[in-house]
Structure formats: C-alpha cells, structure tokens
Write a protein that binds this ligand. Sequence first.
Ligand code: CP3
Length: 344
Amino acid sequence: MAQHKTILRALAGETLPTPPIWMMRQAGRYLPEYKATRAQAGDFLSLCYNPELAAEVTLQPIRRYGFDAAILFADILLLPQALGADLWFVTGEGPRLSTITSADDLAKLKPVDAIHDTLNPVYETVKILAQELPKETTLIGFAGAPWTVATYMIAGQGTPDQGPAHALKAENRPVFEEIINRITEGTIAYLSKQIDAGAEVVKLFDSWAGSLEGDDFTTFSVKPMQQIIAALKERHPGIPVIAFPRGAGTRYTGMHAATGADCVAIDDGVSAEWAAAHVQIDGCVQGNLKSSHMVTGGDALVSETRRICKAFSNGPHIFNLGHGITPDADPANVQLMIDTVRAG
Ligand code: CP3
C-alpha cells in the first residue's frame, strides 16, 4: 500500500514538494491549553504518568495546528527514575535527581527488566495516541541518548557545561562507562516497548553531545546511539530513527552512516546551506530554525523559514526548530511558520 504519512515518506528518503512539519516541545507551556491540563494533573511528573492527560496534551498541538507528527508527551528523565533514581522538578528551576557517581550507587539501581513497572503508563499513553491520532499524523516516541541522560544522573540536575559527568569520566572511567552501558540497555528496552505500543518513529535526544570533545564524541555520543539503533532495527525492522546530536557542529558530517539513523536532526549552530551540502547528501534532515523566531515572529521568521525550506528543497527534509519551543513563544508565530512552510 502506498505510504500516505508524509513524515514516513521523508524518513524513507523521499524529496517532497512541501516538507512535513512538527516542532520540538510542541506540547508545552507556550500553549494555554497545555497549562490548563498540567494544572489539572497537579504537576509535571503526574502529567507524564497519567496516560489520559498525557495523550490529551500530545493531541493539543495536533488539533490546534495540524502538525504532521505528534511526539509522545513524556520526558527523557523518566528512564533514570525507572532505573531507581529519585526524580523531582523544582518549579522555575528544572529537574533534580539523586546522583549516581560510584559503584555503590550503581549497585542500588534496578535491573533493566524492572523499568517497565514504572514506565507502563507511558506505553499506555502511546496506545491511546495510536488509536486517537488522525490517520495522516505520525506518532514519534523518544528517549534521551545515553550521554545526555548520564549528565543528569551524575550531576543530579541540568548543568551549563556537564562538568560533573566530564569529571567522573576522567576520574572513574569504569563507573562512567557502566552508567552509559546501563542507560544504553534501558533505552533499547524502553524504546522497544514504545514501538510495540504503537510508536511509528523514535527519536534519540543527545542534547549535550556538543560538550564531548575528541574521541569522547565518538565513544559516548555516536557509539551508544549506534548500538541502540542497531538493536532497534534488529527487533523492529522498518521503524525509522531520528538522531539529534545537538551541538555537533561540523561533526554532523557522516552522522547518518555513523549512527545508522534514518534522519539527523540539526540544531541552529550550523547553516541550512552547510547542512544540505554535508549532511542531507546522506539522507533525511530535520530542524535548524532558531526557536527565538517563535518569540519574535515577523518578517525575520518568514524569511528564515523560506531560506531553510529552499536550502533543503533538493532532498528529504522534515521542517522543525533547532531546539525546543520556549514558554515565552507566541502561538500565532507557530501558525505563521506553518503557513509559510505550506505556502511553498
Ligand atoms: O517535545 C515534546 O513536546 C515532547 C515532550 C518532551 C518533554 N521533554 C516535555 C517537557 C520531550 C521530547 C522532552 C525531552 C527532554 N527533556 C530533553 C531533551 C530535549 C531538549 O530539550 O534538549 C531534556 C534535556 C529534558 C529534561 C528536562 N525536562 C528539563 C531540563 C526540563 C526543565 C526545563 C524546562 O523547559 O522547564 C524538563 C521539563 C519539561 N519536559 C517540560 C516539558 C513540556 C516543562 C515542564 C513543565 O510543564 O513545567
């Protein structure tokens, strides 16, 4: 049967006259309906673990804008929690976790098989979405890539330079490597269950890949993503994977082959013209528009959107931002971006 979902066509390598579109953090605090449902849930984690409400917030941007893909509403830090880390969110500041920095801490973590006890509500959300999404909308599941998840597990919070993770890597390599391995295994199990539940694509967020230097970039960003993708492809042939090594810069070159990803997501640190010449030559790309345009709007939003579409027009392309939309964005600017992309 011919494939009608435009995201899946782009991921299969097709060049489409109009790129399909979705947006990182499309369910989020810039939308009043998201804030209302989050208030109803009580707090962010209660929302993540409430399948009905998590499905509702996933659907909100689809109803409002008709994006071509929906991304499961959850968080990359649910996996560390399922592995046994304490996790909570401090309003206005962000996530906090109990830290894992020694062999003793590692020994206290749960076995990978046990993660599903905690993560079952997430798979329930996926099942609801697989039923409720419009037939043309693709459902994307996701997880954090091991390095990014490790930076939070080691520091116990977000850090500007991922200092604690770099320090553990230098001071206790065996423990650091075991943390990466444990997350890698957990991520394979987690994404596999999301796919079983109905995710049609999965994405790996390596938000802090950019701070890995030299061989560390290959060893701790590229290689774990490659292992996860190889394992998923073996278990679920035909499920496309998007890899997002944020901050990779010129190291975006060759990323399709190095990771095995069907699509490489590009942040706003490189130009679309450069990415077309060096990354899109190997397959589908996604991303690149600066999130700040969703705050400022206007002519700059329109001209940048057109420039990115033009730069990527000769190959497979999914339109997206270079990183997540921020809470101060204007929902009208999102509509302007979509209208600009679809006007061609
Ligand atoms: O994109 C989507 O709409 C799907 C849901 C999604 C969320 N987080 C919801 C969320 C996804 C894909 C993520 C990924 C995620 N989570 C990443 C990787 C992508 C990136 O942004 O680089 C990271 C690093 C996290 C960890 C995390 N979660 C942080 C650092 C924070 C706090 C920062 C902030 O924006 O407040 C979160 C919270 C979070 N995750 C929110 C949302 C909608 C905001 C929470 C709220 O409603 O208060």
